[in-house]
Design a protein around this ligand. Structure first.
Ligand SMILES: Nc1ncnc2c1ncn2[C@@H]1O[C@H](COP(=O)(O)OP(=O)(O)OP(=O)(O)O)[C@@H](O)[C@H]1O
Length: 593
């Protein structure tokens, strides 16, 4: 397609200049900036209402761009993608990453591009192929339209991106219509809206998405307007108009027509949905928090992937030290020769090769917060001795100094190794072990989970993955972070769930999470069933000693149910909630084995 010429001939020039001013060059390597999960969640919550309306307007996108390989994105005013949906297979892996939730498309990081440039210029824009400043983005075409709040501030942009060859001008139109739909919903659904005034040049356009909409309080106070209505605002004498216009009657007004209607209670979604909440702490977290309030050190033990790090992060967020730092140190990853300097800090000139100004070290960095020493079993004995002194004296003396400095931190240590055994073998100091083991929490391996705990975990993981899934992010609506995530039966079928339960999960939650992530993509918006569960390595299930993999577990379930149904495939299909085709496919695969 021919390159689209932006209406303003200097727009691209300005944007390219800004890109250079940001220190970018055309062949700069793209350092994809991506928000960390908690920050992303926080931003989604700030835009929860907007994301809900965007979700409700998706049928418009689906209808207008049906069958096109493109993605619809919403980026906030800082250029960070908070929502993405559409063709999951569009683009290279790198582009998929860049178009995923949390990625930044501000001009500062990405140079000229539709999202960043529409934000800088505050106007809609289409940037195609080589119009992008960075060569890395030459393969794509993007069209973006700003979204404004009812008071006219820039909230973000709606963008449609596709491979360059697939981009067409309808995409800008679709982005514009989506932006208008969202803006209109934001205007109409404001708290206290009583009157809605529609304005248009002629009667036929009055209730089109591009007509003017003004929201008024009962006493006539202006609450907000969409962008078309803002052109009318100066001409309007609202109090007089309200007394003259009759509800539901089409009335000539200036150069156009007006229609006044009352916001009915049922159509009003003005009262905001309850703010999304973080999941409430589970019992062992409550106990841990009580102990932390008394500064008792915690020792978290568990196999790899059982969620030690995850637990510490949740405890930090829920603790009295949430405003303080969480300093997480993997003791096994610290270079042995610098380990003590990194942990306890050093003053300038303490050793050759050190920084001139010295370093505070992780222990001091955790002052008034939490120091999480992961893999504490990997600390050499000398560092163990020093750490013990810090814990006893509540002071730290940096290398090269003689002045002890007071420190106040909550210690949480973790290890996947059995520290008690290490003590017996002389590899870990017994006195340090007792000191850090104020309270020991052992996270069970997944194979030992009770049924209901496994179900709850799968629900949580699926609901989290769906919110952040760069591919099927269509379910993102900001309101999905609920206290108890609901596992929609449409998401995972019972047989698949039973099959997951029967596996022994040597990689624990990490492995389960990865598998569910793949299954969600393979299911592509449909319910996850056996066919979407990827092959997993056979492994010795410590609980049973059996060797088994997921597919064969599912097949066993099918065979057993078929036997119970005397070979009646329809009955077995009904019982397992599977299609008959799936059962036949598995039977055929078994026969060919
Ligand atoms: N309770 C949970 N709910 C949701 N996700 C969890 C939970 N526990 C762990 N996870 C997820 O599982 C993965 C592994 O968890 P984590 O890194 O905390 O394990 P770990 O025990 O610290 O592993 P390792 O010992 O290998 O460092 C992470 O992606 C984490 O977000």
């Amino acid at each position: 397609m021919a390159l689209h010429q932006p209406q303003d001939p200097y727009l691209l020039e300005r944007s390219w200049q800004r890109s250079r001013d940001y220190g970018l060059s055309r062949h700069s390597r793209v350092d994809r900036l991506c928000l960390l999960r908690p920050d992303l969640q926080q931003r989604k919550q700030q835009h929860a209402q907007l994301l809900r309306y965007l979700n409700s307007s998706l049928p418009l996108f689906e209808q207008l761009q049906q069958g096109r390989r493109c993605r619809l994105l919403f980026a906030d005013a800082e250029g960070t993608i908070l929502f993405s949906t559409g063709d999951p297979y569009f683009g290279s892996k790198a582009q998929k990453m860049a178009l995923a939730n949390g990625a930044s498309w501000h001009e500062q990081s990405m140079g000229t591009n539709a999202i960043g440039t529409a934000l800088s210029e505050q106007k809609e824009i289409c940037i195609l192929g080589q119009q992008h400043f960075l060569a890395a983005n030459h393969g794509i075409g993007c069209s973006a339209s700003p979204v404004l709040s009812p008071s006219g501030e820039l909230l973000g942009v709606i963008d449609i991106s596709s491979e360059m060859g697939e981009h067409n001008q309808d995409m800008l139109l679709t982005a514009r219509l989506m932006a208008q739909a969202v803006e209109n919903a934001l205007v109409i659904n404001q708290q206290d809206t009583h009157w809605i005034l529609n304005l248009a040049p002629d009667a036929g356009s009055l209730q089109q998405p591009w007509s003017g909409i003004i929201a008024l309080r009962e006493d006539g106070k202006l609450l907000g307007a969409n962008r078309s209505a803002r052109n009318w605002l100066q001409e309007l004498d609202i109090p007089t108009m309200l007394s003259e216009l009759k509800q539901g009657e089409l009335t000539p007004l200036g150069q156009g027509m007006a229609l006044l209607s009352r916001q009915s209670r049922s159509s009003s979604v003005a009262s905001p949905k309850p703010a999304p909440q973080a999941r409430s702490p589970v019992p062992h977290e409550v106990t841990a928090l009580k102990l932390m309030a008394r500064r008792i050190p915690l020792l978290v033990q568990g196999e790899t992937g059982t969620g030690k790090d995850h637990l510490v992060r949740r405890l930090h967020q829920a603790s009295q030290r949430a405003d303080g730092p969480l300093v997480a140190v993997n003791c096994g990853a610290l270079p042995t020769d610098l380990l003590e300097a990194e942990l306890f800090g050093y003053v300038g000139g303490a050793f050759t090769g050190g920084s001139k100004q010295g370093r505070p070290g992780y222990v001091r960095a955790a002052h008034q917060g939490i120091l999480f020493l992961d893999e504490i079993g990997e600390l050499p004995l000398a560092a163990q001795t020093r750490l013990l002194r810090v814990l006893q004296e509540k002071t730290v003396t940096p290398l090269g100094s003689h002045v002890p400095e007071p420190v106040d931190f909550q210690l949480i240590a973790a290890s996947h190794r059995n520290l008690a055994t290490m003590v017996e073998q002389g590899e870990f100091r017994q006195d340090l072990y007792f000191r850090i083991k104020g309270f020991k929490l052992t996270l069970p391996p997944l194979r030992e989970y009770k049924d209901e705990d496994f179900d709850r975990l799968v629900r949580t993981l699926l609901s989290e993955l769906q919110q952040d899934d760069p591919v099927s992010g269509a379910t993102v609506a900001g309101e999905k972070v609920l206290d108890e995530p609901v596992l929609d039966e449409q998401v995972l079928d019972e047989t698949a769930l039973q099959t997951l339960k029967a596996y022994s999960w040597p990689g624990n939650i990490r492995q389960l999470k990865q598998l569910l992530e793949v299954a969600l993509v393979l299911a592509d918006g449909n319910r996850i069933d056996l066919e979407h569960l990827p092959e997993l390595p056979r492994c010795d299930g410590p609980a049973t000693g059996n060797t088994r993999d997921l597919k064969s577990l599912g097949d066993q379930l099918i065979e057993r149910t078929l036997k119970e149904c005397n070979g009646n495939v329809s009955a077995a299909a009904r019982q397992l909630n599977l299609s008959r085709t799936t059962i036949y496919a598995r039977l055929k695969a078994l026969k060919n084995c």
